[in-house]
Design a protein around this ligand. Structure first.
Ligand code: GAR
Length: 203
C-alpha cells in the first residue's frame, strides 16, 4: 500500500511540479500524490495537478472565514481522501490544531531560507528574498522541515545553501533558491516521511 500524500498549494506550484516529476521518475517509491488542495481557486498549481491527472480541491478562507471551521473542514477533506501525510508546497494558509494533531510529524513544509534566518510570521515568498538581500547575506538557501504549532518552527529535515550573487534581485534570488535547493529538498523530505510511514505500516 502506498502512502497517500496531499499537497497544499497557493500559487504557481513549481514545488508541486517538482513533486509530480519526482513521483514520475520513481523517486518517491513508497508514496503517491493523491490530492492537491489550494486555498486560492486561481492558483496555477491547480492546473499543474489537473495536467498530471491528480484530484484537486479548493478550500479558501472566503468559504470558511472562521479558522476553527477551516481547520475542521480541512481535516474532513483529508480524512475523506484517506490522506496519510501532507506536503506544504508554497501554501500560505495556517494549519490549525486539529490537522496538526491528526498529522503530527507527517506534515512537511519547504521554506525558501536557511531557518532560523528569515522565517516566521510575515516571511513568505518574495518577502523572504527581499529581507535576505536587505540584510546583505552572501549565502541563503532552503529548508525542508516538519510543521508544528510554531510558524517555521518544527524540526529541520534537510537544508541546502545557495550563493547570493552580485546584482541579484528578489526575483533572481528566488529562482536560484528554487532551482538549486527547493525542488531537490522537498521531494527528498517527502520521501523520508513517506518511507517512515510505509515502514510503520509493515511493522
Ligand atoms: C516557494 O519559494 C516556497 O518556498 C515559498 O513560496 C514559494 C512558492 O512557489 N513558501 C514560503 O515562503 C512559505 N513560508 P511555488 O508555488 O512555485 O512552489
Amino acid at each position: 500500500m502506498l502512502t497517500r500524500i496531499a499537497v497544499l498549494v497557493s500559487g504557481g506550484g513549481t514545488n508541486l511540479q517538482a513533486l509530480i516529476d519526482a513521483q514520475a521518475a520513481g523517486r518517491i517509491p513508497s508514496g503517491a500524490i493523491a490530492l492537491v488542495i489550494s486555498n486560492r481557486k486561481a492558483a496555477y498549481a491547480l492546473q499543474r495537478a489537473r495536467n498530471a491527472g491528480i484530484e484537486t480541491a479548493v478550500l479558501s478562507k472566503y468559504m470558511r472565514p472562521d479558522p476553527d471551521e477551516y481547520d475542521a473542514a480541512l481535516l474532513e477533506l483529508l480524512s475523506a481522501h484517506g490522506i496519510d501525510m501532507l506536503a506544504l508546497a508554497g501554501f500560505l494558509g495556517i494549519i490549525g490544531p486539529r490537522v496538526l494533531a491528526a498529522y503530527e510529524n507527517r506534515i512537511v513544509n519547504i521554506h525558501p531560507a536557511l531557518i532560523p534566518s528569515f522565517c516566521g510570521l510575515g516571511y513568505y515568498g518574495l518577502r523572504v528574498h527581499e529581507a535576505a538581500l536587505a540584510r546583505g547575506v552572501k549565502v541563503t538557501g532552503a529548508t525542508a522541515h516538519l510543521v508544528n504549532g510554531e510558524v517555521d518552527g518544527g524540526p529541520i529535515l534537510l537544508q541546502k545553501a545557495v550563493e547570493v550573487k552580485e546584482g541579484d534581485t528578489p526575483e533572481t534570488l528566488q529562482r536560484r533558491v528554487m532551482e538549486e535547493a527547493e525542488w531537490e529538498l522537498l521531494p527528498r523530505a517527502v520521501r523520508m516521511i513517506s518511507d517512515q510511514i510505509a515502514r510503520g505500516r509493515n511493522d
